[in-house]
Design a protein around this ligand. Structure first.
Ligand code: DLL
Length: 440
């Protein structure tokens, strides 16, 4: 796979010492702005910091962390670093509990949001003459509008399809001759499978998928690339609302497996989730991000709860961003099953390494007994495999025992029988408290 076009070659290949100087200047300028902000939140945050001591990006470790909870405590505007009148957009994400997380952007923030997404789309293989179909949700979620502005900034044409209605979306993808598709990996798989089942694939020319907003394994990538066929490249995009939205980090098809963190704007650290101390380079830990250039609602050392590790070999495509491995899941995704820690993405890896299993699956945490039990519900890929379902289930159960060290029940179903989710992030973990299983 060759090198993709760079949207901002001067930034994307910047020498490490120049990057270090840029990051240091930006951190100092950010702290100056935050000190001037007439905000109790920022005064308190910086109270214990001697800001004059922070001269280089290496001093960032002296700054306090920021936690998700602070967004709730200061809801809705307490974390702004500018007067509310300077905002031009507000996004929000509905949490599982309590108040939504609200994030405000100034005009300059929106320009940078567009710029990093244009960078990401170009990295995936996009050009200014492309049509890019955006099937992330439009609305309060940052996915739709974030990618949309990126497509326009690149000079390509955005199709604001949003989520849902796969049959209609496939018709549009074919008729408008889309070059790129931006959506969740689970929706990309769903669209690809529908296209195949309806004999539409030979009318589709999509070259790249910009897929993120939920964890997905290499097995999932293999399924998506296989069903779309040809030269389709499924690449990973990462981001989070608290920091900006999509476009915080992006994978290049020339160097799959690691994401380029756009560290001229978002400075990454990786810490031990328990102690907050930096982990040795290359070890798994929690990603911590600082917004170096954001005006409206910056964050200092935000604890993302996302797990990854630094990948420090130079990227073969010449980009010099700090890279991190594809996300392994979240600290709080971890299930504890009979004393063993289990991450849903690990289970996905085991499932999808087996060619007999399709991309649709769920983890059911059965809480009827005092000790939770885990049941995996999945589909076989092909009707022809249905007679062997029991043997396949046994094979999967053995692989899970070997690789994830858990003994679980595996419930396999015929293809196409599990419910498909057509909007939003794929829900993979379900709780069962009564006798009714979430999958019937
Ligand atoms: O999901 C922003 C986004 C939109 C990213 C479109 C990529 C594409 P939130 O709703 O705030 O924002 O959710 C952020 O989703 O902390 C991760 O746990 C997870 N996540 C996002 N991208 C990835 C990815 C958007 N590529 C949370 N791989 C993050 C794994 C991801 N997890």
């Amino acid at each position: 796979m060759g090198t993709t076009h760079m949207f901002q070659p001067e930034v994307e290949t910047m020498a490490p010492e120049d990057k270090h100087a840029l990051q240091s200047r930006r951190l100092v300028a950010l702290l100056e702005r935050l000190q001037r902000a007439s905000s109790p939140y920022w005064q308190e945050k910086l109270a214990a910091v001697d800001v004059d001591d922070i001269r280089s990006i290496d001093d960032i470790v002296r700054l306090p962390f920021t936690w998700k909870d602070e967004f709730r405590q200061t809801y809705p505007y307490g974390m702004l670093a500018v007067p509310r009148a300077e905002l031009v957009r507000i996004h929000a994400s509905s949490g599982t509990s309590g108040k939504p997380t609200v994030v405000g952007y100034t005009a300059r923030d929106i320009a940078i949001f567009a710029e990093v997404n244009a960078r990401a789309i170009a990295m995936a293989g996009g050009t200014s003459s492309d049509v890019v179909h955006v099937a992330y949700g439009y609305g309060l979620f940052t996915g739709g509008l974030g990618l949309h502005y990126g497509v326009e900034r690149l000079g390509a044409a955005a199709v604001p399809a949003s989520g849902g209605n796969p049959a209609f979306q496939l018709g549009l993808l074919a008729d408008l001759e889309a070059d790129g598709l931006a959506c969740t990996p689970s929706f990309a798989l769903l669209l690809g499978e529908r296209a195949r089942d309806e004999g539409l694939l030979d009318r589709l020319w999509v070259r790249y998928g910009i897929l993120g907003a939920e964890p997905w394994s290499e097995g999932m990538r293999a399924r998506i690339e296989e069903v779309w066929g040809g030269s389709f490249q499924a690449v990973d995009i990462y981001g989070l609302s608290e920091v900006m939205g999509p476009g915080v980090a992006m994978e290049s098809p020339a160097a799959k497996g690691a994401l380029n963190v756009f560290d001229d704007h978002f400075y990454p650290e990786i810490v031990d989730p328990e102690t907050g101390e930096p982990v040795p380079d290359g070890e798994l830990g929690e990603l911590v991000l600082t917004t170096l250039t954001k005006e409206g609602q910056p964050v200092l050392r935000y604890r993302t709860r996302d797990l990854t590790r630094f990948v420090d070999e130079p990227s073969p495509d010449g980009r010099t961003f700090r890279r991190v491995a594809r996300l392994e899941g979240r600290v709080d995704d971890m299930l504890i099953i009979r004393g063993i820690n289990v991450y849903p993405r690990e289970v996905e890896s085991v499932l999808l390494d087996d060619d007999a299993i399709g991309g649709q699956y769920g983890l059911v945490v059965d809480r009827r007994a005092p000790l939770a039990e885990l049941r995996i519900v999945a589909e076989v890929v092909d009707e022809a495999l249905v007679p062997q379902i029991d043997a396949i289930a046994e094979r999967i159960a053995r692989a899970l025992t070997e690789r994830v060290r858990i003994r679980v029940e595996v419930d396999l179903r015929p293809p196409g029988t599990l419910p498909r989710q057509e909007v939003g992030k794929a829900k993979r973990v379900f709780e069962q408290t009564g006798d009714e299983s979430p999958f019937g």
